[in-house]
Design a protein around this ligand. Structure first.
Ligand code: 5RP
Length: 223
């Protein structure tokens, strides 16, 4: 199977997983990226089964609206049962690195609100130890050099993601060569640096369910 077919399979598996829990008042949290886009397309076939969605990025909001799915402000949505999103890496404890699409902050906010965070990914995303994928850090622009120096002190090699501004108007530093032995501690340490909005480690709030697309079918991992 191609990587795209594996993404398609997990997108459909996520729809099958959440459908029994939806009703006409349900608002679904939706992530960002190519796998999340396939989830949106699959979810759109069941438009009558739920009320609408909360989007983790402007791009996701546009795709949802393109399917005629109402998009709500998170502040108006109340509690969410489900948040469905892709990832750049996951370990077996469902700690993640996210933010390849620069949407990490809004993704982390929506994930924090949802009772169930369902991560969907093709098999290449499951790794024994996080950190081969450079860790994205969203930074207030005027703090870029200060934050970069602090990230070097933590043992990483930050690289400015040229030409990218987040939906919040901030920049991204991608941190290479980190040795992530304790994802929860590192997530907290980086978030303590003044000027950091948030970083792409989802360890304090990991996923609850990972649906992983493999050649043998969709595998389910829980914490
Ligand atoms: C965006 C993300 C995405 O979930 C991550 O980059 C995975 O994307 P894709 O599904 O295209 O591989 O964190 O900020």
């Amino acid at each position: 199977m191609t990587q795209d077919q594996l993404k398609q399979a997990v997108a459909q598996a996520a729809v099958d997983h959440i459908l029994p829990g939806l009703n006409d008042k349900s608002i679904v949290g939706v992530g960002t990226g190519s796998t999340a886009n396939l989830f949106i397309d699959a979810l759109a076939r069941h438009k009558g089964a739920f009320d609408g969605a909360v989007a983790s990025s402007d791009a996701t909001a546009a795709r949802l609206k393109g399917h005629g799915i109402p998009v709500y402000d998170l502040n108006a949505a109340g509690e969410l049962e489900f948040y469905v999103d892709g990832t750049d890496e996951s370990d077996e404890r469902l700690h993640l690195i996210k933010g390849g699409g620069a949407a990490l902050t809004r993704e982390k906010i929506v994930a924090a609100v949802a009772r169930q965070f369902i991560c969907i990914a093709d098999a290449s995303k499951l790794v024994p130890v996080l950190g081969q994928f450079p860790l994205p850090v969203e930074v207030v622009p005027m703090a870029r050099s200060h934050v970069a120096r602090e990230l070097v002190r933590l043992g990483g090699d930050p690289v400015y993601r040229d030409g990218v501004l987040t939906d919040n108007g901030n920049i991204i530093l991608d941190v290479h060569n980190l040795h992530i032995t304790d994802p929860v501690a590192l997530e907290a340490s980086i978030n303590q640096i003044v000027g950091v909005v948030t970083n792409g480690l989802f360890a304090a709030r990991p996923a609850d369910l990972l649906l992983l697309g493999t050649a043998e079918g969709v595998k389910r991992y829980t914490r």
